[in-house]
Design a protein around this ligand. Sequence first.
Ligand code: BGC
Length: 745
Amino acid sequence: MPSPCLRSLPSRLVPLVLLGLAGLARSAPPARDVEPRVNELLARMTVEEKIGQLQQLDSVPNTWAIRDEHRDLASRGLVGSFLNIRGAKAINEAQRLAVEKSRLRIPLLFGFDVIHGYRVIFPTPLAEASSWDPAVAERAAGIAAAEAASTGLKWTFAPMVDIARDPRWGRIMEGSGEDPYLGSVLAAARVRGFQGDDPAAPDRVLACAKHWVAYGAAEGGRDYNTAELSEHTLRTTYFPPFRAALDAGAQTFMCSFNTIDGVPASANPFTLTKVLRDEWHFDGLLVSDYESIKEMIAHRTAADGADAARQALNAGVDMEMVSRLFAEHLPKLMEQGKVPPAKLDEAVRRILRVKFRAGLFEHPYVDESREAKVVGAREHRAAAREIAARSTVLLKNDGGLLPIKPATRAIAVIGPLADDPDAPLSHWRGDGRVEDTVTLFAGLRSKVQGRGDVQVTYAKGCDIEGDSVDGFPEAVRLARQAELAIVAVGESSAMSGEAGSRSSLDLPGHQLNLVKTIQATGVPTVVVLYNGRPLTIGWIADHVPAIVEAWLPGTEGGNALADVLFGDVNPGGKLPVTFPRTVGQVPIYYNALSTGRPAKADNRYTSKYIDLPSDPQFPFGYGLSYTRFELSSLTLSAKSIAPDGKLTVSVDVKNVGDRPGDEVVQLYLRDEVSSVARPVKELAGFRRVTLPPGGTQTVRFELGPDRLGFLDANLRFVVEPGQFQVTAGTSSVGGLTEGFEVAGP
Ligand code: BGC
């Protein structure tokens, strides 16, 4: 009988974990013991030691080692946590300072940005969201946690659950896209993956829901910028994935860099205390972002460091990342009565509570012999390959150009992303290494081995950026010799992620010219996109017969893409974010509110641009397959329900093509009339199904008050009587629609 924490593991991981964890079963103290132990410890701490727990410090840049000046602080119990110290040996060494030298022996909590993998890098979270499969997100997070935890890390700064409606914002790649419901389902899955049932288990880490909050709403898509939105929008669009992360057990939150309503998120009593603590009863710890407390001086909302420290602690920040304003100023602020002792105690209590729950007091050290066995394990790579294939989106496939025909004997792989081992790992790569990356070219080469005499040639064509087109002639030569050209274009790893905002969503450099040049040879051409964000690819969408969205697919991306291109895996991913036609359409998202003048092509005085169609290039929820699916028999369990009633919606999905494949059945809800404007449609359910040719499945969704209701103008949650519509579709556009009524009292 597996232990409770193993029972929750994805089945494929269990053998590996049992192998690696034999004799290591571990857990936190029973929940009932935690509070008394926290209080007992707190009672023995000096003010200096308490303030020490509030401090998180960084490692030496690029070496990932503890800084010399921080050793002394750790030995004196004057630091609570480190980020970026890496490797079991280094982490144990640092831990020894706190546990063996400091007066109260309080263990350190080691954190790191394990965003989409530790050594084995999975597709970026946005890519993974394209799987529309919470099991995929949970599995990837579980493996990332197992690898990270084997090195002594006990905390990841993930999942990032910021809703993002602006693809200029580079950090869109770190989240699940534009939809609060999809974002919530995936947030919960990732928290479960990182923490399991028990974050103290040796293969789990504490999760951190970030960035609290509205960081994704940065004006102009410019990182670190102001977010200006109403409480209604905050609560309906930006809060839900955080709430889902909390409900899934997230033990920590990180606040964001932006201001909301003019108040920095690092000292915002409304978000940090009123919502998080008072309304949601979050009892875990809240860490600032990197020096974000100090940045309040630059925001010009704090006069100096002391003022910033006072505001942040009083508003509800528990731990300060890297800047040291709490350490410098709290003693005096307390003497002056500007920070009540109870505020300090509360922050320390939260930090200690989480350390107890993480099992650190029982097991402060990691078994150094496990790291090499767990990190980069073959099974992890196999999972990364499956997950990357499952996250791939087929955007276009005219004439059934894909999958590659078995008779194809010569393939030219072209483009600056075709053999680039760096971009697929993204800006957030944990301990991922370029030498581990399988590029598209490498993946295709190994795929054709054993398929007889198939030639795969490669030409870079041009760089990702820059003016040179010197490589075009060679690329054209190889394309002409081939039966199929696969052109891999997109963005470098630095073009998205933190501080990776772009003002243009076009392919950088001469990449579009490269695509045009190859297409002009007349050789059938497939474009594979490597990108951290939606790109504007109008010409390619209009002219190139086949387009595959690979995103930044991680270590095993090349193998996964080869599986997809050759049809060993039938792509079934769907876009978790809208692809605009031009950057000028941004923000464009499917769940916009209804306007008084919905866009009409033949009416100037409607809400649109005069120089563009109103629809996007590719809508939210869109993605093709090598087979075809049909939906039928949309059935509602009732035509009328009470406001507190439930409705079951069922729809049949049939694979009407000739090969097995996946479809994501999506259910959208529309409230016909409500007292405040609601989105034109809202995702209310989805299910990814796999069907053989000719196979049919009935998919059922249950809709209750939580989906039917909304926040009214007074921010009260209400289910208003009236007419509703449900649409079952395979994207956010089109589908089968039925109406029903929520009856009045
Ligand atoms: C980022 C966070 C990250 C932190 C620690 C910050 O700059 O905004 O997302 O967790 O650094 O690396």
